[in-house]
Design a protein around this ligand. Structure first.
Ligand SMILES: Cc1ncc(COP(=O)(O)O)c(C=O)c1O
Length: 292
């Protein structure tokens, strides 16, 4: 998160805009703190949440940065070559920096592969890549990650970092080093397990009346359509049903909520039971109101 903050504090001047596909990872607060504003364009569900690159041209005015995140939190969409080429073409045409959040790059399912935009010819000079130990090494809570940036911008990034926290704490650096030097064989097994959990959760959610979702192609998140714009319904799901859901509004997706499937199979099964009960209660309530 700090790497993202650093990118925008370094790249943006007041009133610069950040172009990004929505639903997507919500960086509004970070961008506003850096004096900028978001310029979202859609990633429609009917296209499996693929960004509608053609429409980005309508919102590109005053944009300085294109923010991309693949696999996407919360939709689980994974960019393919067409997306990467469209993103680079847009950035080149409008002379944009690209901030590429690749935090979930290990978590890509089925026949797909994660590709970083920086391997496309001409991309590396304008691309800053953000990655997180939270996902790469299942170290959420340690809040450590890293940034890969072109040499032309490194000094500016370093100066911006010196005026915030200087560096991550020594104990966190030691934990990160242990992760880098430790065994890696567990990662592939954890990714396989995550794919199984994704499939289980998506099937179970699609089995509940009036809830639907697309099985995620990557990442650790699932976006569920529940067809209601009252965010209180999600408060009820969190507080009364005890499911740690996230309202879709937080990702530019009203009428949806996000679930994470990093937990054990047993926890996910328990969450599904609670979501089913919550949904059946809602349906029952609505039909009682309709009858009255
Ligand atoms: C897409 C994305 N980027 C960045 C982060 C922040 O990661 P960290 O735990 O390293 O702060 C998250 C956290 O969930 C995320 O989903």
């Amino acid at each position: 998160m700090q790497a993202l903050d650093l990118c925008f504090r370094t790249l943006l001047s007041p009133h610069d805009r950040v172009l990004l596909p929505f639903p997507g990872f919500f960086i509004d607060g970070i961008v506003r703190a850096a004096g900028g504003a978001l310029a979202p364009f859609p990633s429609p569900e009917r296209d499996a949440f693929r960004p509608a690159w053609g429409t980005a041209r309508d919102t590109v005015a005053a944009a300085k940065v294109l923010f991309i995140n693949s696999p996407v939190n919360p939709t689980g969409y994974v960019f393919d070559e067409t997306d990467l080429e469209a993103a680079l073409e847009l950035a080149e045409q409008h002379d944009l920096w690209i901030v590429s959040d690749e935090s979930y790059s290990h978590y890509v399912y089925g026949h797909r592969r994660h590709r970083t935009i920086s391997i496309l010819p001409g991309a590396a000079d304008r691309t800053l890549i953000v990655r997180s130990f939270s996902k790469d090494f299942a170290m959420s809570g340690w809040r450590v990650g890293y940034l890969h940036a072109p040499p032309t911008i490194i000094d500016d990034l370093r100066r911006a970092l010196e005026w915030s926290c200087l560096c991550v704490s020594r104990i966190t650096q030691a934990a990160a080093l242990a992760a880098l030097e430790g065994p890696r064989d567990w990662i592939a097994a954890f990714v396989d397990e995550s794919e199984v959990r994704a499939g289980f959760l998506a099937d179970a959610i699609n089995d509940i009346p009036d809830l639907s979702c697309r099985p995620p192609a990557g990442g650790l998140n699932l976006l569920v359509r529940y067809a209601e714009t009252n965010p209180d319904a999600i408060d009820d799901l969190i507080i009364n049903a005890g499911v740690p859901a996230h309202p879709g509004e937080a990702f530019g997706a009203p009428g949806y909520f996000r679930l994470q499937f990093g937990a054990s199979h047993e926890s996910l099964a328990r969450a599904v039971d609670r979501i089913r009960e919550w949904q059946l209660r809602r349906i029952h309530r609505e039909s009682s109101v309709a009858r009255a």
